[in-house]
Design a protein around this ligand. Structure first.
Ligand SMILES: N[C@@H](CCC(=O)N[C@@H](CS)C(=O)NCC(=O)O)C(=O)O
Length: 217
């Protein structure tokens, strides 16, 4: 079996899968979606015409969407971290994975995406709502988090989703000092070796961040 990952080092959802691959030491070929490799994007589009990434190929068979990709890795490429614990924790892990994708990363993408739109086609109402949703998400998740990881001792799918979403969310709408548990959880995530590797590999691309990357992290 051989794995190929189509993604980009600055892409939050690429990180989500990279964290799972790096943390378990799973070997794969990285097919970076950069201008000097147009064939990678062309191949991504052949498998998934929406052009969304990452996408994983296993012996040429496409796996699409980060949560099913990590589900697949858990079953077919198991390692020391189990991404989806079975039993009563499974529902909590899956719920928090959905929370970080839908209630944190989605509003982040709205704010960032809007800043890339041409003048005259921006959506200030939608951006204001997305920022308000982030504040609600921060308030809600404070007090919901385990220690050290989202559900407690085990580093799971929920943490793979949380790391990139909280990394970029704090750039877009600072978490501030009124949610100490969330801030400390974000700091623990960034110190995890697999996450730190993603952060470092993305450093050369920080100038891509359209709102201006802060001078930290
Ligand atoms: N729900 C998707 C989200 C993937 C996603 O939004 N990826 C971004 C990169 S971080 C992307 O493809 N952006 C380019 C585009 O939307 O055309 C998943 O979990 O895989």
């Amino acid at each position: 079996m051989s794995l190929e990952l189509f993604g980009h080092p600055f892409s939050s959802y690429t990180w989500k899968v990279l964290i799972a691959l790096y943390a378990n030491g799973t070997e794969f070929e990285y097919r970076e979606l950069e201008q000097d490799h147009p064939e990678n994007y062309a191949e991504l589009l052949r498998h998934w015409p929406f052009g969304k990434f990452p996408l994983l190929l296993d012996d040429g068979e496409p796996l699409i969407e980060t949560t099913p990709i990590i589900d697949y890795l858990d079953v077919h490429y198991p390692g020391s971290n189990r991404w989806i614990p079975r039993g009563e924790m499974e529902q909590r892990v899956r719920f928090l994975d959905r929370f970080f994708d839908l209630y944190v990363m989605t509003p982040v993408q709205k704010v960032v995406g809007d800043s890339l739109r041409p003048d005259g086609s921006r959506d200030p109402y939608g951006v204001e709502k997305a920022r308000a949703d982030l504040q609600t998400a921060y308030d809600w998740v404070e007090g919901q988090l385990g220690d050290p990881w989202a559900v407690g001792e085990d580093f799971t799918l929920a943490d793979c989703a949380a790391a990139p979403s909280l990394f970029y969310a704090d750039w877009v709408e600072p978490i501030g000092d009124t949610r100490p548990q969330l801030s400390e959880y974000r700091a623990r995530l960034l110190a995890h070796p697999a996450v730190a590797r993603c952060v470092d590999e993305a450093r050369p691309y920080r100038h891509y961040f359209p709102l201006g990357a802060p001078d930290r992290d």
